[in-house]
Design a binder for this molecule. Structure first.
Ligand code: PLP
Ligand code: ZN
Length: 414
């Protein structure tokens, strides 16, 4: 059963019935990103705590009734979601926090949170009878789209900027997608894909433009809520590029709140790199977003023109959260810190939130007495080149015991 009531434009707030629109608001054009609204009164009777207790589908598809998808093909899909939520005892001690949880979304099929959106995209493409799915991305949406499409036998055409890290680019080709490496930045890849999608009539998985992407992304919060017995932490920290992820994080909690499943919505900390911080600048100066350079090693959040500004800004505003930016040097340190303290390997954008939390505590935004969940949005193996900046690579040693003894003493390992 489909509980979608309709779509509301995030700019002009006009409401459309499901059959009145395609992707964006017909009046505001491409900037008129739509927000999907459900019949929450009807859903309240279905999505109860009991429903979730008895639901044995441990993937994001357990939320199917509130994802706007037909359920015909979900059993054929890869397992997306229900990623582990860990109590981070070592890291919380290091940060001086009362309680820290880590949601490791790097454990999705293609290694990032983007699988949540791509899974929905592929199902919607199949529902629409599309012959090909296409998207442009900084790398993870691309590799996850190629991954999920491959599993369902759907051809994919993928546009990435030439700087996309080797791990992600390799994934895309290995999953058999048609890969277009654009000689330019993400902005350039995005606009070429837009023209091509229009010309060839492919299914459009571009973030933001397609309102269903957030319906996948929001499940991360629903999982966090469930994994914490419907009592989520005071704060949830996540890194921000286009703004879809943070928009989804807010929507998941907001809908669980509407359904009476949680009593309050966590405050959201949106984290950017100081090398590319359009949201932080806009929030600080209380002005509209301005295009900026994409100067950060955290490629997944190197987004100079965020495509989902309204949902991202609302997520922070409506949750009474905060924006913060951290230099790349802190992001590099955060990746080693996470690995060392918790045994979790995240890509730069995947660990930026840790640096953000540390700074937010220093600035008094987050209090040590508060509880926090951070989302690791992408796996570290995707970008080993940048990860190496956080470590000292080994030099090969002569295979004899004396050398070894000397080395171990130097390292303090014996
Ligand atoms: C895409 C992505 C983000 C940011 O998500 P947006 O929707 O672009 O804001 C953060 N971390 C990783 C690893 C990502 O792939
Ligand atoms: Zn509109």
């Amino acid at each position: 059963m489909n509980y979608i009531k309709g779509y509301r434009c995030t700019i002009c707030h006009k409401f459309f019935k499901p059959n009145e629109v395609e992707l964006t608001c017909p009046e505001c054009g491409e900037k008129g990103i739509l927000d999907i609204e459900y019949d929450y009164d009807a859903l309240k009777k279905v999505l109860t705590k009991e429903y979730f207790e008895n639901n044995r589908n441990y993937s994001m598809w357990r939320y199917a009734p509130i994802m706007g998808i037909k359920e015909d093909h979900i059993h054929e899909m890869l397992r997306v979601g229900w990623s582990p939520l860990y109590e981070a005892h070592n890291l919380e001690k290091y940060l001086g926090l009362k309680k820290l949880y880590i949601k490791d979304d790097g454990q999705n099929p293609s290694g990032s949170s983007k699988d949540r959106a791509s899974g929905v995209a592929v199902l919607k493409a199949i529902e629409a009878g599309a012959k090909t799915i296409a998207c442009s991305s900084t790398g993870n949406a691309a590799s996850s789209c190629a991954c999920q499409a491959a599993h369902m036998g759907l051809p994919a055409v993928i546009f990435v900027p030439k700087r996309a890290p080797i791990g992600k680019v390799t994934q895309i080709s290995l999953y058999g997608a048609t890969l277009i490496s654009v000689d330019g930045d993400y902005k350039a890849a995005f606009s070429l894909s837009k023209e091509a999608i229009k010309k060839y009539g492919w299914y459009n998985r571009n973030a933001a433009i397609n309102p269903f992407m957030i319906e996948g992304k929001k499940t991360v919060s629903m999982e966090i809520a469930e994994q914490l017995n419907f009592e989520p932490t005071d704060w949830v920290a996540v890194s921000v590029g286009d703004g879809c992820t943070v928009g989804g994080v807010y929507k998941g909690f907001a809908e669980f709140y509407k359904l009476g499943l949680i009593k309050r919505i966590p405050r959201i900390l949106g984290v950017q790199s100081t090398g590319c911080e359009p949201f932080v600048v806009a929030a600080k100066n209380n002005e509209p977003l301005k295009e900026c350079d994409e100067n950060t090693i955290a490629d997944s959040i190197a987004v100079g023109i965020p495509r989902n500004p309204v949902k991202a800004l609302n997520a922070i505003k409506l949750s009474n959260g905060a924006w913060i930016s951290v230099p790349d040097s802190d992001i590099i340190k955060a990746s080693a810190l996470l690995g060392k303290t918790e045994g979790i390997f995240g890509e730069p954008a995947g660990v930026a939130a840790i640096a953000g939390i540390e700074k937010a505590i220093k600035e008094g935004i987050i209090k040590p007495s508060e509880t926090v969940t951070m989302i690791v949005t992408g796996n570290g193996l995707k970008d080993p080149v940048n990860a190496q900046k956080a470590i000292t690579p080994p030099t090969p040693m002569k295979p004899n015991l004396e050398e070894l003894d000397k080395f171990l003493k130097e390292k303090g390992a014996i």
